[in-house]
Design a protein around this ligand. Structure first.
Ligand code: GLY
Length: 464
């Protein structure tokens, strides 16, 4: 079976790598792919996801029987519907179902309707009521542009002033264009983040092992948020009891609400969660595989990925539900990025040490922002450049192997976090701090002494 994967990041490299290992896979193409996909024998095709006529012609010419759409933009634009209308089998949700990620307003309303636990919120389509609402809150808030904004439309605010500035940028100055016509203002939650992805086909869903991402660019969850600086899987914080609870309180109700609403979900539904002291809350849903969550998941998956994804597309996921096998060993992925990311960064830097790193046992280097230069050298071509991923007998072992590989790879300006997986490795503090840190003055109730806590920003914004 000839397969086409749409996208060019680390997620798509990991999916293409696993799909190519299927005994049923014929030619595996990636549009447009990166240097890593090419090095793995995947055939890169220079077509962008919005060049739909070209894609259709390509599928006809190469007899593509199955297409997997990686990123959210083509899903939100309706590429899955377009390809299905041309009788090409697709893994990925319809445009209507992809609104669960493409519209924060839609997602929050659906969560309210389906009684899925999430932060309290209000929706605004004019700036003044939003300002009034923010000024009367006695807790920190997150301001979210409704639409997709290249991962930058979510502002986690520490003070009232920051929240008001976010409204100004999104609604008045229209920094994100149409994406900011409506906003969601929600209570900022505190706790550990968790990514739980499920394969969904109609009413059937199959949760995958939980992962933890690291959004902030610097160690200790400091600095601006990124698309993700590293991940590990499984996340021990996701106990079997928590996973059962999430199936019941998150996945089941949302999937059924989508089916009842006549926009059934087909593909990967990704719940970005925060584990608060009151229980898990959904920060956001994504309509696709996570990045870098996919890198650690694909490293551990033993079942044929083509069988799984095709079963979703054919609505027979129930046949495989109990037969999915995972490597029991944990996996860790460390993202190496260009210096300056998620702000401005240079590209075209020569990357060396890739072959040496991949010679280490149980190590795979997934490429994200890479390409070949005119001398066929692998050079940087994006913010997130590589996802260096390793399996280990223990999580500590997987982390050590991933970092051993990272140390063999060099490019000018390379940056990576050194603490991926430490949340699961370092013992948690047992005693509460002697005095709860105070909320910023403007977020305190008049007359209150302040009782928030000052964990690092917990809501997430993403940037590729
Ligand atoms: N790692 C977060 C995301 O894929 O959105």
């Amino acid at each position: 079976m000839n397969i086409l994967i749409i996208g060019k990041g680390g997620r798509e490299h990991a999916l293409a790598w696993r799909l190519k290992q299927s005994p049923r896979a014929g030619k595996v193409f990636c549009a447009p792919g990166n240097a890593g996909t090419a090095r793995d024998g995947i055939l890169n095709v220079p077509i962008e996801h919005y060049e739909t006529d070209k894609l259709q012609r390509f599928c006809a010419k190469e007899k593509i029987e199955f297409t997997v759409i990686g990123p959210e933009d083509p899903l939100a634009a309706g590429l899955a519907d377009f390809l299905r209308s041309k009788r090409i089998k697709v893994y990925g949700p319809s445009k209507e179902a992809a609104r669960i990620e493409a519209s924060k307003v839609f997602a929050k309303q659906l969560m309210r309707h389906a009684d899925v636990p999430t932060a309290e919120f209000q929706i605004f389509d004019h700036p003044q009521p939003a300002r009034d609402y923010i000024s009367t809150r006695d807790y920190p808030v997150v301001v979210k542009a409704d639409g997709l904004a290249a991962g930058k439309g979510v502002v986690v605010c520490k003070t009232t002033e920051e929240a008001l500035r976010a409204v100004e940028r999104i609604m008045t100055r229209e920094e994100f264009g149409k994406a900011g016509r409506q906003i969601v203002v929600e209570k900022r939650l505190e706790g550990e983040e968790l990514s739980v992805l499920a394969l969904v086909s109609g009413r059937t869903f199959l949760p995958l092992p939980a992962c933890q991402d690291h959004k902030a660019v610097f160690d200790g969850d400091t600095g601006p948020n990124t698309g993700g600086m590293g991940a590990y899987c499984p996340a021990p914080v996701a106990t079997p009891e928590l996973m059962k609870d999430l199936e019941k309180s998150v996945f089941f109700p949302i999937i059924h609400a989508m089916k009842r609403g006549r926009f059934p979900f087909q593909g990967t539904l990704f719940a970005g969660l925060i584990l608060t002291s009151q229980g898990p809350r959904v920060l956001e849903f994504n309509c696709r595989f996570g990045d870098p969550e996919t890198q650690v998941l694909m490293m551990r998956l033993k079942t044929d990925l083509l069988d799984l994804l095709e079963a979703v597309a054919d609505e027979r996921l129930h046949e495989l539900e109990d037969r999915v096998e995972w490597d029991p060993r944990p996996a860790v992925c460390v993202v190496m990025c260009s210096g300056g990311y998620p702000g401005k960064y240079d590209t075209g830097k020569i990357i060396s040490g890739l072959a040496e790193a991949e010679q280490l046992p149980d190590v795979k280097v997934f490429h994200a922002g890479t390409k070949f230069d005119e001398h066929h050298r692998v050079v940087t071509d994006g913010g997130r450049v590589l996802g260096v991923t390793a399996l280990g007998e223990t999580l500590a072992d997987a982390k050590a192997r991933a970092y051993d590989a990272v140390k063999l790879i060099t490019f000018a300006g390379a940056h990576y976090r050194t603490d991926i997986a430490d949340k699961a490795l370092k013992p948690k503090p047992v005693a509460p701090p002697p005095e709860a840190p105070k909320l910023p003055a403007k977020f305190r109730k008049p007359g209150s002494s302040g009782s928030g806590n000052s964990s690092p920003p917990s809501s997430s914004s993403t940037a590729e």
